[in-house]
Design a protein around this ligand. Structure first.
Ligand code: NAD
Ligand code: IPM
Ligand code: MN
Length: 364
């Protein structure tokens, strides 16, 4: 029997609502699989916690999380607390402190009715964005000079270390090599004359070790166009922290929206717990209404199972998502349905229970 310790950080707004449904899925798996169990510990960190205590997480929060096998996070950020405080002191802090330098964000069309394009088939939109997740434009370095004065100037420094750039690019080449896929680097060397020139050089250098991997290199503006005009050209994409953030919201836009976009924050060396979360935020505009789509958070559970090497469960969850997407009646309003968050979760569990381990006949 394998037991996995999972730290829950539901966070703010719809984060709480969607994590509830994901936990239901984990508990259902535990019930169906005699060889698996999960222990949960929930941490109340987030904006409300900040308003009560002056901190987004406990001072020793990182230590508290260290021993877990994984972190399952909802969303962070809410009006009332400045976004740069809430995000940098919780979400970004965990990514950095635990060196979760690989962010895996699949851009996969699971249901052809969900893309805004009339002519796109599933096989036209099925790729993986590997986002650098620990430094780059998110380094936090900078300066605010002459505040309030006419000479005021603000510097925001991108930090691209040799180690940080090489390891993410090498990770992406390894994946492309293992999966037999093409690798596309997205950068912006024409304008960012230090960081992205360096990025491009490293991409080329590391590429020499992988002569079998066919590569492409696009500027981020053109890549943004191709994401919507010709997504079929991508198989694996590697890009910097900020570009990856923006591109993956575009990716969500062509595959069903943020309610259906997941991301895994991975430390490949397994020195620290990896973190699983939907791509979306706390959605204050719909929070508290029980209408948030929990499927992105449920897909995160699938990524967590893959990470635990429980790949069969990862696949079953994904197939159950594909199945539920065929039935508008049990989807939330962002996907054209009328169901509540918890109704989607409950229906999902019923679907899951129909499939015993090892017996999969859901259509992908
Ligand atoms: P958001 O992702 O919260 O919402 C953008 C739009 O998508 C909204 O219209 C929202 O209603 C919709 N949406 C998002 N998730 C949905 C879901 N599951 N079901 C249905 N609709 C959904 O982005 P935002 O409004 O720019 O940011 C709100 C807050 O969340 C900010 O504080 C921001 O910094 C934070 N944020 C946090 C994370 C995170 O914790 N990972 C990610 C993005 C934004
Ligand atoms: C994401 C989010 C975060 C990011 C924000 C909330 C700091 O947008 O995970 O995509 O930019 O990484
Ligand atoms: Mn984002």
């Amino acid at each position: 029997m394998k037991n996995y310790n999972i730290a829950l950080i539901p966070g703010d707004g719809i984060g709480n609502e969607v994590i509830n449904e994901g936990v239901k899925v984990l508990k259902a798996i535990e019930k169906m699989d005699d060889n698996l169990s999960f222990s949960f510990k929930s941490f109340p960190w987030g904006c409300e916690y900040y308003l009560e205590t002056g901190e987004m997480m406990d001072e020793d929060g990182i230590d508290k999380l260290k021993g877990f096998d994984a972190i399952y996070l909802g969303a962070v950020g809410y009006p009332g607390v400045p976004d740069h405080v809430s995000l940098r002191d919780l979400l970004i802090k965990i990514r950095r402190e635990f060196d979760l330098y690989v962010n895996l964000r699949p851009i996969t069309l699971l249901n052809e009715g969900l893309t805004p394009f009339k002519d796109k088939r599933k096989e036209d939109i099925d790729f993986l964005v590997i986002r650098e997740n620990s430094e780059g434009e998110y380094s936090g370095a900078g300066e605010w000079l002459y505040k309030g004065e006419p000479e005021e100037v603000v510097l925001q420094t991108g930090v691209f270390s040799r180690k940080g750039t090489e390891r993410i690019i090498r990770y992406a080449y390894e994946e492309a090599h293992k999966q037999g896929k093409t690798l596309t680097s997205v950068s912006k060397g024409n304008a960012l004359n230090y960081s992205m020139v360096f990025w491009d050089e490293v991409f080329e250098e590391v590429g020499k070790e992988y002569p079998d991997v066919k590569t492409y290199s696009y500027l981020v503006d053109a890549a943004s166009l191709y994401f919507v005009s010709d997504p079929g050209r991508f198989e694996i994409v590697v890009t910097s922290n900020l570009f990856g953030d923006i591109l993956t919201d575009i990716g969500a836009g062509i595959t069903g929206g943020l309610g259906l976009a997941t991301g895994a924050n991975i430390n490949p060396e397994k020195n620290y717990p990896s973190m699983f979360e939907p791509v979306h935020g706390s959605a204050p505009d719909i929070a508290g209404q029980d209408i948030a789509n929990p499927l992105a958070a449920i897909w995160s559970v699938s990524q967590m199972m893959d990470y635990f090497e429980e790949k069969e469960w990862g696949e079953i969850i994904l197939k159950a998502i594909v199945t539920i997407l065929n039935d508008k009646d049990v989807l939330t309003s962002d996907l054209g349905g009328k169901a509540s968050t918890s109704e989607v979760g409950d229906h999902f569990i019923k679907l899951l229970e129909k499939y015993e381990r090892g017996y999969i006949n859901m259509d992908r």
